[in-house]
Design a protein around this ligand. Structure first.
Ligand code: TYD
Ligand code: ZN
Length: 417
């Protein structure tokens, strides 16, 4: 596959840190040039565009960030990811709505705004608890689904001017939520300006981001793709919030999506003490360049180990398929050079992905039923962050799952039985 590089007009090179504006950025990981992770192909011969996939470390605030930013409308206008597609996520958003509702809302008139509200799973849970809700999501296909479910959703990018407009027409928000959205945003200062303007005094801003500590510890390099512009530890988040007179109320580590942190910030005139998490991160080296240089070596080792494991199975003449076609699988497959010579097909539950082909590697995507019928001897669990859910669901599978992260493991037969 000869990589085709896209014109520079569609990808901006990062020269300054998104949080602290420093120019002191060092390249720490190079995953080559890959197509956009959610650009599933209608036909394997469709033309594709590739963009550099590299990570930079900020030597001033320690934010880890992509070196090239692809134009957002190429990535987020027609979004294949559906937050309601997994039982784990549905349960997670129900719990979050109950927690925030119980702790931070006082009246049913309080407004809850979700940025990046996807198909409305979380807002639906809030509405079920009697709250007034509003969603904002630039993916028109998802905003339509949410609106059809009676969850009012504005199909645009959230920014400072929209925040003012919402405040004028509906009043201030008591809670603003941005789950898995912070990592996607280039102009964080514009977003935070909007949040600070829309949020009521004493209101809270709750975000969830994949945690850099988990990426580093578990070598989750596949969570790196063009949609994820930043890879957060708590320290750069606190630095950013402080620029908007906001402090951190709490930081919680969660298992979801391969390791996430929920950070709840508040707008308050009172001084909020520094998060104890920051000392913890310093002890783990999350503020040091050497940590991420070392990560680069561990990624290379992991990639070779996975290739070796799969090549060995293929050399014995046994078939392997992929289980799940998440965005992250496309980083893994492209970075390792795994295509149809290794995987016969991948399966996925998302209707929008079935019948299409994986970007860059052109593997056909089928329904789960196909996997259940074929019972292939090996299945590479590309959606490894749902390991427990999948093993339970596929307890009748007679073959063996291969878990790629943190280091390839072949599970014994029927671990779910
Ligand atoms: P996810 O890991 O949530 O996100 P990302 O795309 O950001 O890496 O995506 C999970 C994918 O795995 C999604 O396409 C649905 C698919 N999936 C299945 O096909 N079967 C399953 O049982 C589960 C849990 C997920
Ligand atoms: Zn910085």
């Amino acid at each position: 596959m000869a990589p085709k590089t896209s014109s520079d007009a569609d990808a901006r090179r990062v020269r300054r840190c998104r949080v602290c504006n420093s120019k002191d950025l060092t390249l720490v990981l190079d995953l080559g040039e890959t197509p956009l992770a959610n650009s599933y192909l209608e036909r394997p011969t469709d033309p594709e565009r590739r963009f550099p996939l590299r990570l930079l470390f900020c030597n001033d605030c320690s934010l880890v960030q992509l070196s090239h930013i692809v134009r957002p409308d190429l990535m987020f206008r027609d979004y294949a990811y559906r937050s309601s597609s997994s039982a784990t996520v549905r349960e997670h958003v129900r719990e979050l709505a109950e927690y925030l509702h119980a702790n931070f809302l006082t009246s049913s008139k309080d407004l809850v705004v979700e940025i990046g509200s996807n198909d409305g799973s979380l807002l639906g849970a809030f509405k079920g608890l009697g709250s007034r809700v509003l969603g904002v999501d630039p993916a028109k296909n998802l905003a339509r689904i949410a609106n059809e479910r009676g969850l009012e959703t504005i199909p645009e990018f959230f920014d400072a001017s929209m925040a003012h407009q919402i405040r004028q027409t509906r009043g201030p928000a008591r809670i603003i939520i941005g789950n898995n959205v912070f990592a996607h945003v280039d102009d964080l200062h514009d977003l935070m300006g909007g949040v600070a303007a829309l949020l009521d005094e004493g209101g809270v801003f709750s975000i969830e981001v994949p945690y850099l500590g988990d990426l580093n510890q578990n070598v989750e390099y596949d969570t790196v793709y063009h949609e994820h512009l930043s890879y957060f530890a708590v320290h750069p988040i606190e630095t950013l919030f402080a620029q908007f007179q906001m402090g951190l109320l709490s930081v919680t580590r969660l298992e979801i999506h391969g390791g996430t942190i929920r950070v709840i910030g508040t707008k308050s005139k009172k001084r909020i003490p520094r998060s104890p998490f920051i000392d913890l991160e310093r002890k783990c080296g999350l503020d040091r360049l050497e940590t991420f240089r070392d990560l680069g070596y561990r990624v290379e080792y992991q990639k070779s180990y996975l290739k070796y494991t799969l090549d060995k199975i293929k050399s014995e003449g046994r078939a392997i398929v992929g289980y799940g076609a998440p965005a992250k699988s496309n980083t893994l497959l492209n970075a390792c050079g795994i295509g149809t010579e290794t995987l016969d097909y991948v399966i996925d539950t998302t209707p929008e992905k079935i019948g299409k082909y994986t970007p860059g590697t052109h593997i056909p995507i089928y329904e789960t039923e196909r996997f259940r019928r074929d019972q292939p001897p090996y299945a590479l669990m590309l959606a490894w962050n749902y390991e427990k859910e999948i093993i339970l669901k596929e307890r009748d599978y007679t073959g063996q799952f291969i878990i790629p992260i943190p280091y390839p493991r072949i599970l014994s037969k029927n671990p779910g039985q």
